[in-house]
Design a binder for this molecule. Sequence first.
Ligand SMILES: NC(=O)CC[C@H](N)C(=O)O
Length: 285
Amino acid sequence: LLHASVELRKKLIVDWIPACDLEDSSAKENPDAYKAAWKLLKGADGILVPGGFGDRGVQGKILAAKYARENKIPYLGICLGMQIAVIEYARSVLGLRDANSTEFDVNCKNPCVIFMPEGSKTHMGGTMRLGSRRTHFQVKDCKSAKLYGNKSFIDERHRHRYEVNPDMIATFENAGLSFTGKDETGQRMEIVELPNHPYYIGAQFHPEFKSRPGKPSAFFLGLIAASCRQLDTLIGNVPVKVANGVAMKKGCQNGKTKKPAKFLSGAVYGYCNGVHDEGNYCSWL
Ligand SMILES: NC(=O)CC[C@H](N)C(=O)O
């Protein structure tokens, strides 16, 4: 987030929200924390749900994703945050109230996120899908492909055991959710996007792992720009270069070179508020 904010000359304020404070149960058990959490969430220009393991705070993260989707607030879901967006969509839009990840409910009737078939079900060690894997873009005219400079594929780093259930892809896509990035088999979902939303993107990979100062990750750049209502400027002003007969735009991270001019004039860049923490949070901005 900081890399992207510096690049776009924006002041970053990160408010960490403990996801469980957003849950209905916290309204009774800890009403002050519940009110404070919702106040922060509702004041945010953008929402990021990061990666995570285990079920603590999952319901709160689902509520945050729902809030972002329904109120058209920019949302970036990373790994678990992407799976959360998919579960939320299944519950709210497909009407599958009990949709879940088998990480949180092994016997769930509508498993929209499942244990990856090649991993061992009985051993934790060595079952994680790790490291650099290829994502192939499926849709040309989508925000995620544009942010990566309309490349046909990208390599990003992974760290997960569960994935979107391939058997449910057609159902999701018929209901308006677009899987704009898949692995080379076409069976593993890497990027999910909601086309009719200002910025609603989930990545199964971790775009933050390859972000560097001066070379921010494309999806973080997109989140910051969308949170400042300047995504069109970012995507639209990137210079066009033609390669192999296809109109290509230069990408952001993994090849970004030019800054959109508009961000340079009259922009406010201060400092990040420096808040950093770990745990089961639903965050920010
Ligand atoms: N890194 C993550 O967010 C992992 C997400 C999820 N717990 C999985 O294993 O697939």
